[in-house]
Design a protein around this ligand. Structure first.
Ligand SMILES: *[C@@H]1O[C@H](CO)[C@@H](O)[C@H](O)[C@H]1NC(C)=O
Ligand SMILES: *[C@@H]1O[C@H](CO)[C@@H](O)[C@H](O)[C@H]1NC(C)=O
Length: 345
């Protein structure tokens, strides 16, 4: 249940801010969220105004709908993005924040001048802030433990001793309160964790867990494809999964697909056809690793989790990270706020 909905979720993510613009959000402005720093008198927060990535935002009633992040990782294949966008170091790009995996991929492979990330859900911003601050302050082993293996025994200590100075007050509050996110299985948390749970449950109940292991350990794509077609794909298309996908509550809560997007999907044909078409051809293998195992491995992970990608982001005092601007807003809101010629992609 992952890649599966790669496309589905991609459109879900894209449509989300627009959806909120369609008359469901008024323009009332609440209190400035940075005002909350007095809640925790941590030394880190004396530097809050210098935290480099997050754009200040006004707390808005709609933000309360989001208790946590929906995407712990990004479902879309960044290699496809790169093929279509042709990014260079002269570009300034606007992208959905999501889990930050794809925008980090852009930073590694093209070093665009600016990467504006937009998400209505403040918690997605908190997550990407944490990734950026962790890249800047941690060594590779600690970083991979957190976002590769999905667990770090001393997260709280790292947060307070190293990462905090580079977080906004809102993000720091969030990770203080959700410090146990890294206690066992990070990727099984967040709403998308439910989708992974479900998928694992399906494979387990069907006695296919062995095939999942074989799939993840396969040496060649052909071998993976064979296992996928023979044993795993049919399970993804079983009636229970399909009927869950028909549920608006599941679509929104586990997959982050809002109602309007779901309607578009159903107008285009049935849920079964949609899942089937999304699963063919087999998507990029690291997306499957996260979905099937609940964590990444050194051989199968997004670029930013490889040692080489990580070092590239960290090089020259994390120079590549200067490009990031994290917006907590609608796409339209961000476009209104940026000068006319500031985006090239
Ligand atoms: C970026 O722009 C400069 C100046 O216009 C140009 O010389 C350079 O070749 C461009 N770089 C890329 C990668 O397109
Ligand atoms: C770091 O800076 C050096 C010297 O300016 C440059 O040669 C190198 O390419 C930079 N490395 C990265 C990954 O940007």
């Amino acid at each position: 249940m992952s890649f599966h909905v790669a496309l589905l979720v991609f459109f879900g993510a894209c449509s989300l801010p627009v959806w909120f613009c369609n008359g469901q959000v008024d323009d009332t402005r609440g209190k400035l969220i940075l005002g909350r720093e007095s809640m925790h008198l941590c030394a880190a927060h004396f530097r809050v105004s210098t935290q480099p990535w997050r754009m200040p935002y006004y707390e808005h009633p709609i933000h309360k709908q989001f208790r946590t992040y929906i995407y712990a990782f990004t479902w879309e294949d960044p290699e496809e993005d790169m093929r279509h966008l042709g990014l260079t170091s002269n570009d300034s790009v606007l992208a959905i924040t999501s889990g930050g995996d794809n925008v980090l991929h852009y930073a590694i492979s093209a070093s665009p001048k600016h990467i504006h990330c937009v998400d209505m859900n403040p918690c997605q911003g908190h997550l990407v802030e944490l990734k950026l601050a962790a890249i800047h302050t941690l060594d590779y082993a600690d970083f991979f433990a957190m976002f590769g293996e999905g667990r770090h025994p001393n997260f709280r200590h790292l947060l307070d001793s190293k990462i905090a100075p580079y977080l906004s007050a809102a993000a720091y509050d969030f990770w203080r309160e959700n410090g146990d996110a890294f206690s066992s299985a990070f990727y099984l948390r967040g709403y998308s964790g439910w989708a992974i749970y479900l998928m694992r449950l399906v494979f387990k109940c069907a006695g296919a867990s062995g095939h999942v292991k074989d799939f993840c350990n396969a040496d060649t794509l052909e071998e993976q494809d064979r296992i996928w077609r023979a044993h795993l794909r049919p399970l993804m298309l079983n009636p229970v999964v399909v009927s869950l996908m028909k549920s608006p509550v599941f679509c929104w809560n586990a997959l982050g697909v809002p109602l309007n997007q779901r309607k578009m999907l159903l107008n285009d044909g049935g849920v079964y056809e949609y899942i089937r078409d999304t699963l063919d051809p087999l998507p990029s293998s690291y997306l499957l690793t996260a979905a099937l195992l609940g964590h990444y491995t050194h051989d199968s992970c997004p670029e930013y989790l490889t040692r080489c990608g990580f070092e590239k982001l960290k090089a020259n005092s994390s120079n590549a990270l200067h490009a990031f601007r994290l917006h907590t807003d609608t796409v339209v809101g961000v476009l209104r706020g940026l000068p006319g010629d500031s985006l090239t992609r």
